[in-house]
Design a protein around this ligand. Structure first.
Ligand SMILES: C[S@@+](CC[C@H](N)C(=O)[O-])C[C@H]1O[C@@H](n2cnc3c(N)ncnc32)[C@H](O)[C@@H]1O
Length: 206
């Protein structure tokens, strides 16, 4: 008998207009470093979910912001939010493993997404993203590591957990603006208290 494919918990939240799957506020580094990012530059958010970072940047004067996610439900919701707030956003359904880098960017953001594809796939994504970033441009990346095992809610999908410190190695030729490694205690509907090991980096191309 064919096994039923498990659907990640965030898909239900993406279908519900009344809740934000991961909160409506931007991630802290996007807020903290907004003033050093170029408002006229090209921005790409990969695995954007409800695009809270992309919306925050647009609402703060960034003119050229693109965001993509594998989830059709997420992108439908992003378009609805944009329409409601009368905001233009270039949001589209896209698998990061198959992204075609036709343009260069000045800021590439990805939070909580890369570990959902195999290690070699997200390494390639970072390699290509670095190649297609203008000098002086930034990357803001957050990934889960294998310092603690993947929690029940994501273990089926987290096929590419990073090694601790791997991001630092991948950006050794860039200027490291910020770097954090920590364990987050998390709890949400239907999932008891659990932990995620997190590495984050804000890096600037020389
Ligand atoms: C934990 S959510 C984080 C969403 C958003 N970055 C945030 O912080 O609110 C992970 C997101 O990665 C997306 N995702 C998973 N695999 C992907 C892939 N191969 N390409 C693009 N997005 C992917 C999921 O659809 C989901 O929206």
């Amino acid at each position: 008998m064919e096994e039923k494919k498990k659907i990640p918990f965030w898909e239900e939240s993406y279908k519900n207009d009344d809740i934000s799957a991961f909160g409506a506020n931007p991630n802290p580094e996007v807020k903290e470093f907004i003033d050093i990012f170029d408002k006229n530059g090209k921005v790409l958010e990969a695995g954007c979910g409800e695009a809270k970072n992309a919306f925050y940047l647009i609402e703060n004067g960034f003119r050229n912001v693109s965001a993509f996610d594998l989830s059709d439900n997420a992108i439908k919701k992003v378009h609805k939010i944009a329409e409601k707030r009368k905001i233009h956003i270039n949001a589209f359904v896209q698998d990061l493993c198959r992204y075609q880098w036709d343009n260069n960017f000045d800021l590439v953001i990805s939070y909580g997404t890369l570990h959902f594809v195999k290690s070699e796939e997200w390494h390639k994504f970072i390699f290509d993203a670095k190649e297609h970033t203008n000098s002086g441009g930034f990357h803001v990346i957050q990934i889960f590591t294998d310092k603690v095992p993947a929690s029940e809610d994501i273990k089926e999908f987290a096929v590419g957990l990073s090694k601790e410190g791997e991001l630092l190695t991948l950006y050794q030729d860039w200027k490291i603006i910020d770097h954090k490694e920590f364990i987050l205690e998390d709890e949400h509907a239907g999932v008891p208290k659990h932990y995620h090991a997190i590495n984050k980096i804000v890096a600037r191309k020389k």
